[in-house]
Design a binder for this molecule. Sequence first.
Ligand SMILES: [Zn+2]
Length: 476
Amino acid sequence: MVLVVRRARIGPAERDVRIEGDRIVEVGSVRRLPGEAELDARHGEVIAGLHDHHLHLRALVAAGRSVMVGPPLVRDPAGFAVALSAAAAARPPGEWVRAVGYHESVAGDLDRKVLDGVVADRPVRVQHRSGALWVCNSAGLGALGADAVTAPGIERDDHGQPTGRLWRMDAWLAGRLGASGSDDAGAEGLAALSATAAAAGVTGWTDATPGRSDGEARTLADAVANGLVSQRLHLMVAPTTSVGVVEDLEGVAGVTAGPVKFLLDDTDLPALDDLAGWIGRAHGTARAVAVHCVTRVQLVLTIAALEVAGTVPGDRIEHGAVIPAEVLPRLAGWGLTVVTQPNFVDERGDQYLAEVSPADLPDLWRGRSLVDAGVGVAAGTDAPFGSPDPWLAVRAAVRRRTSSGKSLGAAEAVDPHVALQWWGGSASVPGRSRRIEPGAPADLVVLGAPLLAALEGDGPVPVQATVIAGEIVPPH
Ligand SMILES: [Zn+2]
């Protein structure tokens, strides 16, 4: 299959791009042979396709069937009650109400009693926007059979009763809810996500879900195999994922296995030697690691562990929400990639300004200082915890403004081309942006306007066409 993209603006010049199979083979003045497909870029700027280097697909699909109960949409106890009750009333009796995006600034810390006071006649579960916590009402705990289960994540009160708070219990929840089909990554939902993402210029996804089950990984890979998902799919793996499963996943065209994901929680941090040992074991199986670091202590621990275990190409820091300046040279020297979420500057910035101590603000969601220090940077949306729209994140990296328009870390703002490069890396080398050149994968986006003009304002960025592995998606 050959595709010739005509009249494409690449940097300052207008060129044609010849694609054979899934590769770019020629850039310049290209002759199209009879029978070869053509895509007229109409002088639109052509950029490397956007790869979202950190998101959670299954949760994103589920979020589409959930009610949002956090800021800025819901801000107070009354709004919370209205949102949950309305969601309950809109569903058949007995069906779960799944709510997401909760933050304690809305109605304080939740437990089963608080939720029972709002909706008692059906199961309800509310996810904290950090992703670390689900809170169930009594009917929900009953439906899950949580009473009879002993697990450290199921919080209990002094009388041994579950409080409703389930910490880091996603895998368990998925297992419990699986039979009822209420929480699976529905194929239709994935197909819809894929189409929306392609329309925004997204050509690849890295799913960073920790502890994803093998069955779930297969479901995602199947969605690529049978064409429901057009994007390239890079799946981080769990420390326990077997070599056999990794081989199965990589046997699917368009699917690759990523680094081993480690999640850290400030309340339950591993010992340094343990973390170093886990990282060493992952490296020993020829896999890089991706360590979740949203706080200063998580980053400091991770750096100490890497000091012991050593680093390999491909090791990455997920989020890097707080990075003290003194560790920048080390991150750069080790060749680590920080996979950042500039969208949170916009989406959560007002909350940061209200809550984060001023001393920490300069370390928050660094951008420019990472680049200046020579640290590899890539970006992901962390959807559904952030908006899945990559352009919101590109704009936030450039503008450094909160959703209410306040400035946050203006010194960390980057040039639009730099902000875009963070989405231009391949799945396995996220910190180095691909170029439109012979030999590069044929993943590209034809914009409807020059990049700088396209980024102005807050409207949708015009995307004329998205090409993934040499195919126009959706087909013309
Ligand atoms: Zn995440």
